[in-house]
Design a protein around this ligand. Structure first.
Ligand SMILES: [Zn+2]
Ligand SMILES: [Zn+2]
Length: 287
């Protein structure tokens, strides 16, 4: 079996374990009192009671199937594993059983932001779990797109959703640039896309489906030194990425890779030089 076949089989096995009423009842009973690492274990008898089972043989058979994957035996009883709490959280975040129209705008909604190319009003769309901020008028601007769980719309206006999606993306991408996938904690690979005319970098997870293509400045703004010099020349980092000044990108060298990003603020220009993994090599400020 290739590693891909192996992980497909692992995914199939993990999902198929959930497809039984009694096993679901056991997991829901365990998740009911879940308090992270402080979760009180539930004893065998308690658990049987909680799901109203009398047949101990049948109960044991299903508990055994879950053991190790979704249920762990500890002193004093059973607790849910990290895998099942992560699945539980994913359902709460993405609300797969809810119709999209229940919570989220299906039509483009105007927001209080402007297109960086033509200055027309920006709009927010939500499709397949992705928030997109785009121009209401032109096609020049590719816009900003990032996954945002459906749950994030609850209690928020379209403006707040746009802002929170931008904050979430910046946080995630900052983490991914420095080697950790924000979703699965696996290692990441940075591809600086050095073809002529490319003005985006790609960061992908080596394990899961995480992949972003972004302008090279976005992943750097969570770097402490970069944030300090940008603030110093009057760049307001509270603004979402698409409202930040667009950097001028120049490839200084390919062997080793050195990319210079010049960012113009109100009171000066900052030149940030990064290598092929987007590690900051030097910062120059010109006031
Ligand atoms: Zn526009
Ligand atoms: Zn990942």
């Amino acid at each position: 079996m290739s590693p891909d076949d192996e992980s497909a089989a692992a995914v199939r096995d993990a999902f198929s374990l959930l497809g039984h009423e009694i096993r679901l009842e056991i997991l829901l009973a365990l998740l009911e009192d879940w308090h992270a690492v402080y979760t009180e274990p539930r004893s065998y008898a308690e658990l049987m009671d909680a799901i109203g089972m009398r047949d101990s043989g049948k109960f044991n058979y299903h508990l055994d199937k879950l053991r190790g994957v979704y249920v762990r035996e500890v002193e004093g009883g059973y607790v849910p594993t990290a895998a099942v709490t992560a699945l539980y959280r994913a359902v709460l975040a993405h609300r797969p059983a809810e119709r999209p129209a229940d919570q989220t705008p299906s039509d483009p909604t105007p927001i209080d932001s402007r297109c960086p190319r033509c200055d027309a009003g920006a709009v927010l769309r939500y499709e397949r779990g992705f928030v997109t901020v785009a121009c209401s008028a032109c096609e020049e601007w590719p816009g900003f797109t990032y996954p945002f769980p459906k749950n994030g719309f609850a209690g928020r206006s379209a403006d707040a959703v746009a802002r929170e999606t931008a904050r979430r993306a910046r946080f995630h991408v900052g983490l991914a640039r420095t080697g950790q996938c924000p979703f699965c904690a696996g290692t990441t690979t940075v591809d600086p896309c050095l073809e002529d005319g490319a003005d985006a970098v790609e960061i992908s997870c080596d394990t899961c489906t995480f992949l972003v293509g972004i302008d090279p400045l976005s992943p750097l703004v969570r770097d402490g030194r970069v944030a300090a010099v940008l603030a110093d020349i009057g760049v307001d980092l509270e603004r979402p990425d698409w409202e930040l000044p667009e950097p001028t990108v120049r490839i200084e060298s390919r062997e080793p890779v050195r990319i210079a990003l010049a960012v113009e603020g109100d009171t000066g220009t900052v030149t940030i030089v990064v290598d092929g993994s987007l590690t900051v090599r030097s910062i120059d400020v010109d006031r």
